[in-house]
Design a protein around this ligand. Structure first.
Ligand SMILES: *Cc1c(COP(=O)(O)O)cnc(C)c1O
Length: 234
C-alpha cells in the first residue's frame, strides 16, 4: 500500500533536515540545493504529495510512465525525465517533460531539438555524464563531454542547464565522493571553456546525497527516502 500524505510529510521533513545538515557541514546555503522527488514506480498521488508539500518538481525514469501519470493529475509540479531515453521516445519526451536530465548522445540531442522545435518549445536539458566510469551506467564518457556540450549549445531548441550523474553502487563511500567531485570539476572546466554557466549539478540520491552536497550538488534526486521502498522487501 502507498504511504499516506502525513507519512510523506514526516519523511520529507527528515530529508530536508538532512539536506540542511549536509549543507551546514559543507558551509553551503541550503537554498542552493534543490530536492527532486523521484516518483517512479509510485502512483500519481506521489506527485500530488510533492506538490502539496511545496516541492517544485518530480522525476520519472520512464517516458511512458511519466506521460501517463502526468495525465492523471493536475498537481502543479514540473516533470523531469531522469532515466535512460531511447531514440524512439525522444519525441514524446520532448513534448511531455519540462526537462530531460538524461541526454547522453549527439543523436539524442538532435532528436530532442527537432521535436522541441515541432512543439514550439525550448527544452531545458542536462547532459548525463558517466563520471564514475561505471560500465553498468548510461551517460556520456568523460572524454566525450566537451563535444557533446558543443553540440548541445549549437541547438536552438535546447537550453543546456548543467550536468547529471549517477554514482556507481559501492560499499566504499569514497567512490561516490570521487564521482561527484569529478562531475563538479568537469562542470567548472566546461563552464570556463565555453562561457555557458552550467549551473545545475544533478547528483545524489537517497543513499549518497550528503556526499553529493559536499561535492557541490545543486539538485538531489530522492525517491526511497521520501516514499519508501519501490518494491516490497523480499
Ligand atoms: C531511482 C532514481 C533516483 C532515486 O533513487 P533513490 O535511491 O530511491 O533515492 C535518482 N536518480 C535516478 C536517475 C533514478 O533512476
Amino acid at each position: 500500500m502507498f504511504i499516506t500524505y502525513e507519512e510523506f510529510c514526516r519523511r520529507a521533513d527528515v530529508v530536508r533536515a538532512d539536506i540542511a545538515a549536509a549543507c551546514g557541514a559543507a558551509d553551503r546555503d541550503p537554498q542552493e540545493v534543490g530536492l527532486l522527488a523521484v516518483t517512479k514506480n509510485h502512483p500519481a498521488a506521489a506527485a500530488e504529495y510533492a506538490a502539496r508539500y511545496g516541492l517544485p518538481a518530480v522525476g520519472e525514469n520512464r517516458v511512458q510512465e511519466g506521460v501517463d501519470k502526468r495525465a492523471q493529475t493536475t498537481a502543479e509540479v514540473r516533470w523531469e525525465l531522469i532515466g535512460h531515453l531511447q531514440s524512439n521516445k525522444a519525441k514524446l519526451a520532448a513534448a511531455h517533460f519540462d526537462r530531460v536530465q538524461s541526454v547522453d548522445s549527439e543523436k539524442l540531442l538532435l532528436l530532442l531539438d527537432r521535436s522541441a522545435g515541432e512543439v514550439g518549445k525550448i527544452l531545458p536539458v542536462l547532459l548525463q555524464i558517466n563520471a564514475g566510469r561505471d560500465p553498468a551506467k548510461f551517460g556520456a564518457e568523460l572524454e566525450d563531454a566537451p563535444r557533446l556540450l558543443d553540440a548541445a549549445l549549437a541547438r536552438s531548441h535546447l537550453r543546456v542547464e548543467g550536468l547529471m550523474t549517477i554514482a556507481p553502487l559501492s560499499d566504499d563511500s569514497t567512490v561516490a565522493t570521487r564521482t561527484f567531485t569529478t562531475l563538479r570539476e568537469l562542470r567548472d572546466r566546461l563552464a570556463g571553456e565555453t562561457g555557458a554557466p552550467l549551473r545545475e549539478l544533478s547528483m545524489g540520491m537517497s543513499g549518497d546525497f550528503a556526499a553529493a552536497i559536499a561535492a557541490g550538488s545543486t539538485l538531489v534526486r530522492v525517491g526511497t527516502a521520501l516514499y519508501g521502498a519501490r518494491e516490497p522487501a523480499a
